[in-house]
Write a protein that binds this ligand. Structure first.
Ligand code: ADP
Ligand code: ADP
Ligand code: MG
Length: 444
């Protein structure tokens, strides 16, 4: 195992990784921006280095500064968390060139799976069904021609997209051109790559994803699935595991397809294969792969008993998995609610946390970097923390999530816990047969 690692992130995920390191006896170095001098990850790490101004480009995305701190501090590996540089093959390459282990798959595999257009071809070649669609679109004329073939509604999606950005839904022919330009320019400014492809819009659909983990000795396992259909603007709000919408046969098929795909690219590390699932005909299709630790990883940890962050570090250090597929048993039910700093109209809310009460009790987990008195800067993601609960059955788990949310208090910023309570009390959600359009129904 590494003696010292650098964590190239902030917020709750930096805290999560630091905790895993402490439990494994690994020293921790963090980097931070001038806006984060008072943040929790800086306080609990063994070492903290300020690397620049508040804007991500000046700090958390500043590859050279991060790699320099890693080398200077004597760290031998870098954990990128999620977001920021976690899916950057350029960063993974820089780490490798400086003799640092990037805790994630190789830059070659990131390139292959991170380009969503190429990932579709890779999935197809591995025998995994993909959503009907196109390759990279050359221009708006080609987009119009392909739209005619695929039919409406359809989605124009950025090949470099992430976090729900760079996606446009198109309902009719005369809207193709405009949507193509919009998706392309949004992706160019957010990801530095305006390349787009097209997919048929599947509706009603579920977002179901499979967690995979591979080591450098050729072993690949899957660790159950997560239902992530509670979304607003293609961004996840609440996740649960196991998925209440799939049949045991579909579950097995999805998991096997995920393992086949991971094996076909020699996947080493933790990753997630996302599918769209149509319950009407019990079919699923590959959507994308995230080559990193996922926000909602704790629900998988609860139902499998596997610490994903520790295993992510162990496989990066060259260790062999200590369990085979047959040793993994999904038990009980887990739900995660993402608590965001936002107003009821979904505008970001910043400020100083004056009062904070975090729910507790058995199998109640709250992953956060919040503390009383912390000031939430406006430069970053609006997530305040994640509430994760576990119970033997889904019914009890839903009640437990409601009960724990009812205990959560934060004053000084607005948060979305009321919205989360509305979701948890919604009949469609409670039935378990909800789709990605649940939030639209909730507002009606
Ligand atoms: P997950 O797939 O883990 O649920 P999300 O899609 O919610 O993740 O994204 C995780 C976090 O990373 C979010 O805070 C999101 O804003 C950010 N993010 C996702 N993709 C990118 C990207 N390509 N560039 C920058 N930030 C990203
Ligand atoms: P990102 O990289 O931003 O996470 P995804 O490709 O995973 O983008 O899509 C984000 C969300 O958009 C999905 O979870 C799903 O709800 C919706 N979506 C994506 N592709 C389709 C599709 N072809 N049909 C219907 N919904 C889709
Ligand atoms: Mg996705």
């Amino acid at each position: 195992m590494f003696e010292k690692i650098l964590i190239a992130n902030r917020g709750e995920i930096a805290v999560r990784v630091i905790r895993a390191c402490k439990e494994m006896g690994v020293q921790t170095v963090v980097v931070y921006s001038t806006a984060d001098a008072g943040s929790y990850h800086v306080q609990i790490a063994d070492e903290a280095w300020c690397i620049g101004g508040p804007r991500p480009a000046d700090s958390y995305l500043n590859m050279d500064a991060i790699v320099t701190v890693a080398v200077e501090s004597g760290a031998t590996a870098v954990h990128p968390g999620y977001g920021f540089l976690s899916e950057s093959s350029e960063f993974a390459r820089k780490c490798r060139e400086c003799g640092l282990v990037f805790i994630g798959p190789s830059p070659e595999v990131i390139d292959r799976m991170g380009d969503k257009d190429e990932a579709r071809r890779t999935a197809k070649a591995a025998g995994v069904p993909i959503v009907e669609g196109t390759g990279l679109l050359g221009d708006a004329d080609e987009a119009e021609r392909e739209a005619k073939r695929i039919g409406f509604p359809l989605l124009i999606k950025a090949r470099a997209g992430g976090g729900g950005r760079g996606i446009r839904k198109v309902e009719a022919r005369d809207k193709v051109r405009g949507a193509f330009q919009e998706a392309s320019s949004e992706a160019a400014s957010a990801f530095g790559d305006g390349g787009c492809y097209m997919e048929r819009f599947i509706s009603p659909a579920h977002h179901v994803e499979v967690q995979v983990l591979g080591d450098a000795h050729g072993n690949v396992v899957s660790l159950g699935e997560r239902e992530c259909s509670v979304q607003r603007r293609n961004q996840k709000l609440l996740e649960e595991s196991p998925s209440p919408s799939i049949t045991p046969a579909v579950r097995d098929h999805m998991a096997k397809a995920a393992r086949d795909l991971a094996r076909s690219v020699g996947y080493v590390g933790l990753g997630t294969i996302e599918y769209l699932y149509s319950d009407a005909n019990e079919t699923f299709a590959f959507m994308e792969m995230n080559t990193r630790l996922q926000v909602e990883h704790p629900i998988t940890e609860y139902v499998t008993g596997v610490d994903l962050v520790k295993w992510q570090m162990r496989v990066a250090a060259g260790n062999e998995l200590a369990f085979a597929q047959d040793d993994i048993h999904v038990q009980g039910h887990a739900i995660e609610c993402r608590l965001n700093a936002e107003t009821p109209d979904f505008l970001p809310s910043c400020g100083t946390v004056e009062t904070l009460h975090i729910p507790g009790g058995p199998w109640v987990r709250f992953d956060t970097a919040l503390y009383q008195g912390v000031t939430i800067p406006p430069y970053y993601d609006s997530m305040l923390g994640k509430l994760i609960v576990y119970a033997p059955t889904r019914e009890e788990c839903v009640r437990k999530a409601r009960s724990a949310l009812g205990e959560f208090v934060v004053e000084g910023v607005s948060d979305n816990s009321e919205l989360q309570l509305d979701i948890l009390s919604n009949d469609e959600f409670v039935s378990g047969m909800y789709h990605t359009n649940l939030m639209e129904h909730l507002y009606e």
